[in-house]
Design a protein around this ligand. Structure first.
Ligand code: CAA
Length: 394
């Protein structure tokens, strides 16, 4: 079943307080898929083994989720950000590792090609990626430049009708399974962030390899590793957009990417809340379910209220993106708030589960580990505050 069918034409995504028909359809489709394919046993198995769920991701590709935000003419499903955010949220309720894999592929790697590639580049790369046969990675961060993204050391030097790239990208999602990566490199160091350019590099290019794969606290089934460029020679036409415009391109891509991290955080927080409500009704102490105690009810009430607020910020940013508006501030607000909420919610969920929250047989142990990434990846909470404040002062 594909997410696109004639009965479900692309809808205008005007943001109301109720989900659109397309959002409802995507939620239902993912819920029934997850009930079959993402059982708690499977999710924990992949997590424990730090195993990337290849088969599962291929099946998500068949559902159209690896090209959800790209037009049908490029092999995508032709939906907007509201539907995309709903998909990431639903997947992350069950397993954040799957949520982040789909998110990084759609909104970072593939979207950079879609936003800044020429028509020829788009036709060459996007159908395979959006059709779900291949995954994209995106490389901005380096071992010595995280928050200070423009402090990168990677270089790209023009050599006739080629570029020669050197450097290492760090903490890259889909580093090993990606069939290509969009990477940022210095083309004119003297110009600082105005001297950075973006390139697409295909897997198998001599001098381009996946390096160390990280052993992580959470989101362990998603793949995070290094990309190494060692005198990697690529054709001149692998440049994306104009020379020295890569930093602004990357910031624009992160405007979209940060909405996905908000959706990832939101989904995991919702998953932790659902599990907490269920458990609190089942667990008896002092002769009654712990959900009868106000101490537990107040925790659940705060968790639910903060989740609703995070959802409103996330959906507002997504709706603005669908309307073609600038979302720099709103994306950062959604990402900052939703990620901090997910950490608080997961912590309270473990508290509600008590000792059972601390062991792996129950789902909240994993949520507790997984959510922390959201306050760090695609810009820390501190960087989101920098971005929001800069926009307030404009
Ligand atoms: N849209 C368009 N332009 C933007 C922009 C945006 N959102 N943000 C900044 N710019 C422009 C500015 O207007 C400015 O333009 P001019 O110089 O022409 O005036 C230029 O870009 C430089 O902006 P700043 O002066 O604000 O740049 P800065 O060096 O001070 O950095 C920063 C700003 C917000 C701290 C930025 O470096 C940043 O976001 N850092 C965090 C990076 C990040 O999120 N990294 C995670 C990447 S994820 C990854 O790599 C791995 C993966 O797989 C997930």
């Amino acid at each position: 079943m594909s997410v696109v069918s004639p009965e479900n034409p692309v809808q205008s995504s005007g943001f109301g307080f109720a989900p659109t028909e397309n959002q409802k359809m995507i939620s239902e489709m993912i819920r029934s898929f997850a009930a079959r394919e993402m059982t708690p046993e499977k999710v924990m198995q992949y997590d424990e083994a730090q195993q990337f769920p290849h088969e599962l991701i291929l099946k998500l590709g068949e559902l159209g989720l690896l090209g959800i935000i790209f037009p049908e003419e490029y092999g995508g499903a032709g939906f907007g950000y509201l539907e995309y955010v709903t998909a990431v949220e639903e997947l992350s309720k069950v397993d954040g590792s799957v949520g982040i894999t789909v998110a990084a592929h759609n909104s970072l790697g593939t979207n950079h090609l879609f936003q800044f590639g020429t028509d020829a580049q788009k036709r060459k790369y996007i159908p395979g990626l959006a059709g779900g046969k291949e995954l994209a990675a995106w490389g901005l961060t380096e071992p010595s430049s995280g928050s200070d993204a423009a402090g990168m050391l990677s270089t790209a030097i023009k050599d006739g009708d080629h570029w020669i790239l050197n450097g290492t990208k760090n903490f890259i999602t889909n580093s090993h399974t990606g069939s290509l990566a969009v990477v940022l490199a210095m083309t004119d160091r003297a110009q600082g962030n105005h001297g950075i350019s973006a390139f697409v590099i295909e897997k198998g290019t001599p001098g381009f390899s996946a390096g160390k794969k990280e052993n992580k606290l959470g989101l362990r089934a998603s793949e995070t590793g290094q990309l190494v460029m060692d005198n990697c020679r690529i054709p001149y036409e692998n440049l994306l957009g104009n020379v020295n415009e890569g930093f602004k391109q990357a910031m624009k891509i992160l405007d979209g990417g940060r909405i996905s991290i908000a959706a990832l955080a939101l989904g995991m927080a919702e998953g932790a809340l659902e599990a907490s409500i269920k458990y609190s009704k089942e667990r008896k102490q002092f002769g009654k379910p712990i959900s009868d105690f106000q101490a537990i009810q107040f925790k659940l009430a705060d968790m639910a209220t903060e989740i609703e607020a995070a959802k409103l910020l996330t959906m507002r940013a997504a709706a603005m993106k669908d309307e073609g508006k600038n979302t720099t501030k709103e994306s950062s607000m959604a990402k900052l708030y939703a990620s901090e909420v997910s950490v608080r919610v997961a912590s309270e969920a473990v508290q509600i589960f008590g000792g059972y929250g601390y062991i792996k047989e129950f789902p909240v142990e994993k949520f507790y580990r997984d959510v922390k990434l959201c306050t760090i990846g695609e810009g820390t909470s501190e960087i989101q505050r920098v971005v929001i404040a800069k926009n307030l002062m404009k």
